[in-house]
Write a protein of this length. Structure first.
Length: 725
């Protein structure tokens, strides 16, 4: 078991006079007693005894005087030697600080105390569980510094000794078997003292180690007591200097390596005191030029009153003085965002400034605000709901006038679901936010339909994640009212039902004539009349069913197409041949140039398209005229035109004639039969051919229907000019 360390005290000096007094009293008492007894035994004559007693007294005086002289002389010499040693140590370390102080201290202590090793170390590591030596002197020479763990060493007792000196005068290595260094060095004795800061926290240790049992413990105690405080103060000063240097190094690294311009200027003279490389590079001035200037020199003259006012109201510590304008060496004026810190620099009241060039950002913000203002003007003119809301907090950032008239003007910073929906207190289940952004980047627009709970109307919504003016991603929604469209679709569904009902009309006629002819004898002439009526009704029914089913198959993508290179003039010829004898009032003309390239198409379907267009041209030219079917090659398309001289189509109706069941609402057209499916079928077939269909017309001057079909790939390759190497 480790022995308890001996704790030295400072009472030894006060015991020396007492020892001298006790020695003197003991010697004097023994002399008096023994000498008196001896005189009485040897002499009986009182006179002789008296004389001998007088001589004995003088002898005692001489002997005790010599004894006192010897004791006092030895004590004084010991004190003088100690004073000389202390003076020599003090003289050796008083004029030094830092590392030199500790090196001088350990040398002097080792020499004067005649010990093998003296060290001074500071606590370090996590939990201050290690010692890093500052100065070590051993075996007559300075030694290299080293680190070691406190655990298991006598130094651990020192750091927990509450400021007292711990002493192991003998057997130190045996008492600390875990400290292999003690055994390797052959240490027999150990004396250590903790070095504490002004608040009593242990900063380090000072220790002497000897390879022999310790002698002169009193002198070692005196030395430790005298220099422990001085060494602790120097260690505390060293720690503060090290901390200050580390802070200065961090500041220097931050200051010099910061990518943004930084400088320090005097608050009284406004002169630059320090400047970093980024400022030199960004502003164009050299470091020398900067240090010869003041902060006024980089500010436009009109900004100086604001500058002086801001300096007069400098708050202590960290601050931010907002946006400023600076002038570079080439005269360029830039916008900067300033962050400041008031401090003392070389004894002067100064300000540290970090300048972030935001010129481009401010320009971009201004441009974006201008652009947004323009876009907002456009949005305000739309008869559609347009709003912008946050992706995370759902708060409305923008709403156009149309939306504000529907949902009220009190919408700013309120959740979109609360403003746009009736009684909604949480994000809507159908919200598209999670479908608009992936990995921080906007996804393609999300298009969907819904019926608004506040207005009761149907809207087609287009949602898109966009960058807002502050850089964050937000959701913009454009909602177009499609209530009428929905109603129209409903009407068309009803129309389909009506068309199916219309089929019964020809069927009724056919069935009626058939039953009549089966049940009655009908003359040959009447039979021809009845059969002619039945044939017309059959053709009408066949056309109605065929167009309707073809259109439905196309919409359902179930129609099969057989694409191949196709000569369009052949298809035109076949379609025209069908109608050559259809009407005596109409004259059909083919206008196709020679060498027309082949198209990529399905012959049967294109034949169907042309027969529909020619049939319409004849049907809507009730007074006859010429129907011209022509074609031309234009870029990579073959354009086919069917022109009539009929009643024409009003301009406002041109965009709708290709819609299903749509028929122009005028008297001339209503007297002409039809279901409004033919042109819709034409458009669907042409779209399936990757082409397009359109119409040009003026009321009373006829109509021209066009279809554009892509040229077959082989034809394109053959018509392309060949290249030569």
């Amino acid at each position: 078991m480790k022995k308890r360390p001996r704790v030295l005290n400072n009472n030894y000096g006060s015991l020396i006079p007492l020892k001298i007094a006790l020695i003197y009293a003991a010697v004097a008492g023994l002399w008096i007693l023994l000498s008196d007894e001896l005189l009485h035994l040897l002499f009986k004559n009182p006179t002789t005894i008296t004389r001998i007693s007088i001589a004995k007294g003088w002898l005692f005086t001489v002997v005790t005087a010599n004894l006192l002289y010897f004791l006092v002389y030895r004590y004084v010499k010991a004190l003088q030697r100690k004073d000389d040693n202390l003076f020599e140590v003090v003289q050796g370390v008083s004029a030094t600080t830092g590392k030199a102080f500790f090196q001088s201290l350990v040398r002097k202590l080792a020499e004067l105390l005649r010990v093998d090793y003296v060290l001074v170390g500071e606590l370090t590591g996590e939990g201050l569980a290690r010692v890093r030596t500052i100065a070590v002197f051993g075996k007559g020479n300075p030694m290299e510094n080293f680190e070691y763990d406190l655990a298991g060493t006598p130094c651990a007792d020192v750091t927990q000794g509450e400021g007292r000196i711990c002493c192991y005068p003998a057997g130190a290595a045996r008492q600390f078997p875990q400290d292999h260094l003690l055994a390797a060095m052959g240490i027999e004795s150990y004396v250590g003292v903790p070095l504490c800061d002004s608040e009593g926290h242990v900063l380090g240790i000072m220790a002497i180690l000897g390879c022999q049992p310790l002698e002169g413990k009193d002198e070692a105690e005196a030395m430790f007591r005298i220099f422990a405080v001085r060494a602790a103060a120097e260690l505390e000063r060293k720690k503060r200097v090290d901390d200050l240097r580390a802070a200065e190094e961090r500041y220097r690294l931050l200051f010099e390596s910061n990518p943004h311009p930084m400088w320090v200027y005097d608050l009284e003279t406004l002169a630059f005191l320090a400047i970093n490389d980024a400022a030199v590079s960004h502003y164009g001035y050299s470091r020398e030029e900067f240090l010869a200037m003041t902060i006024r020199d980089i500010r436009p003259p009109e900004d100086l009153p604001r500058l002086l006012d801001s300096i007069a109201q400098v708050p202590p510590g960290l601050g931010q003085s907002g946006y400023w304008r600076h002038r570079k060496k080439d005269g360029t004026v830039i916008d900067v965002e300033i962050t400041t810190h008031t401090l003392t620099f070389d004894g002067k009241a100064a300000k540290l400034v970090l300048a972030n060039d935001v010129t481009e950002r401010r320009r971009a913000e201004t441009a974006m605000l201008t652009q947004f203002s323009q876009i907002s003007t456009i949005f305000d003119s739309l008869n559609a709901i347009v709003y912008v809301a946050g992706l995370e907090d759902y708060r409305l950032l923008y709403m156009n006038n149309y939306a504000a008239t529907l949902f009220g003007g009190d919408w700013r910073e309120r959740p979109c679901y609360e403003v746009l929906q009736e009684g909604q207190t949480r994000p809507c289940d159908f919200c598209t936010n999670d479908r608009l952004v992936k990995d921080g980047e906007p996804l393609p627009p999300c298009v969907w339909e819904f019926q608004n709970t506040r207005t009761g109307r149907w809207y087609q919504c287009t949602d898109k994640a966009i960058r807002w003016i502050d850089g964050r991603l937000v959701r913009m929604e454009i909602a177009v009212d499609i209530t009428e469209h929905k109603d129209l679709e409903r009407l068309k569904d009803e129309m389909v039902s009506a068309v199916s009902h219309e089929m019964r009309t020809p069927l009724t006629a056919m069935l009626g004539f058939t039953e009549f002819m089966l049940e009655n004898e009908v003359p040959r002439e009447e039979q021809q009349t009845y059969l002619g009526t039945m044939q017309r009704e059959t053709l009408r029914l066949n056309e109605l069913i065929g167009n309707f089913l073809d259109l439905q198959r196309l919409n359902a993508r179930r129609q099969s197409f057989v694409f191949a290179p196709l000569a369009m003039e052949d298809v035109i010829g076949e379609a025209v041949a069908l109608f050559q004898t259809a009407s005596e009032k109409h004259h059909l003309v083919i206008d196709c140039p020679t060498g027309l390239p082949k198209v990529h198409g399905d012959g049967a379907q294109l034949y169907h398209v042309l027969t529909n267009l020619i049939s319409n041209a004849i049907k809507y030219s009730p007074y006859g005229g010429t129907v011209t079917i022509g074609a031309r090659h234009e870029e990579e398309m073959v354009i086919v035109r069917v022109r009539d001289e009929g009643i024409g189509i009003p301009t406002e109706e041109l965009e709708r004639v290709f819609e299903r069941f749509y028929r122009v609402d005028n008297t001339d057209r209503r007297t002409i039969g039809g279901t409004g499916l033919g042109l819709s079928l034409v458009r669907e077939i042409i779209h399936a051919h990757q082409g397009r269909a359109w119409v040009e017309s003026k009321p009373g001057k006829g109509s021209s229907f066009y279809i554009a079909l892509p040229v077959a790939a082989k034809e394109t390759a053959e018509s392309a000019p060949s290249s030569t190497a």
